[in-house]
Design a protein around this ligand. Sequence first.
Ligand SMILES: O=c1[nH]c(=O)c2[nH]c(=O)[nH]c2[nH]1
Length: 295
Amino acid sequence: MAVVLGPNRYGKAETRLVRVVRDGGVHHLKDLSVSTALSGDMEAVHLTGDNAAVLPTDTQKNTVYALARSRGVDQIEDFALALARHFVDSQPTIRHARVEIEEYSWERIPPAAPGAGERRHSFVRAGTEVRTCLVHHDESGRSTVVSGLRDLTVLNTTGSEFHGFIRDAYTTLEPTTDRVLATAVRARWRHVSPDSDFAGSYREVRRRLLEAFAGTHSLSLQQTLYAMGRSVLAGRPEICEVRLALPNRHHFLVDLEPFGLDNPGEVYFAADRPYGLIEGAVLTEDAPGAGSAWD
Ligand SMILES: O=c1[nH]c(=O)c2[nH]c(=O)[nH]c2[nH]1
């Protein structure tokens, strides 16, 4: 049976990088996980073990640290673009680079007392929310940028209904006109061009996602998903596609009748699994082709 080599890529996954900028006594912190993956002329290494075309994954990891020092790290998208372009532009055998970054946010520990100066070098991790990006760059010079976030955990205590759904022999779910709606938002959005104001764009997209979640009277999480995506696209012309994954973090009203107590929407059991998983993409009508942007 004849076989051929299919699509392949290789790289260093989850290089942990912490970059401290020392501005006098005031320090600034970037905390990243960087994953690189390269592809190109990799027939020989797979078929015969000839490594002549291979830039080692160890070198890829070292490049992450070296560029962090030499060019600094501001917006993760710009750092990812610099890395991807470096690999493709510096090595003839590397024809495509994929760089994925997660950023964990830290905030300053508050002053000891009102009026005391801001802490200069002490930080506390800011919640569970993670900022993300995925960048591709290829030998033709084309770059694509997808920004995102995950674990943005939100909850509405009312303003959510779910009824009118299919009922078959296995359906036990009661329709409801008032339920808790909670989710941990995974959102990614594709930029029209790799030249964006990534900081401002991120801030505004996040604000719009939250505003749409809070401001939508929801008849389903699917409806909320679409409203969130539409809100981002309506206000941010630099973005042409939003993909969302919304786990439905079910909150079940506890039956307190056995204890002679009513429960008018006050006491819930927050289940962690199983959970509904609602996923979807929202695009502008004229969105350019995505190429490998989401790969
Ligand atoms: O918003 C929802 N969408 C569903 O498709 C679904 N299915 C379900 O059991 N609960 C819910 N809630």
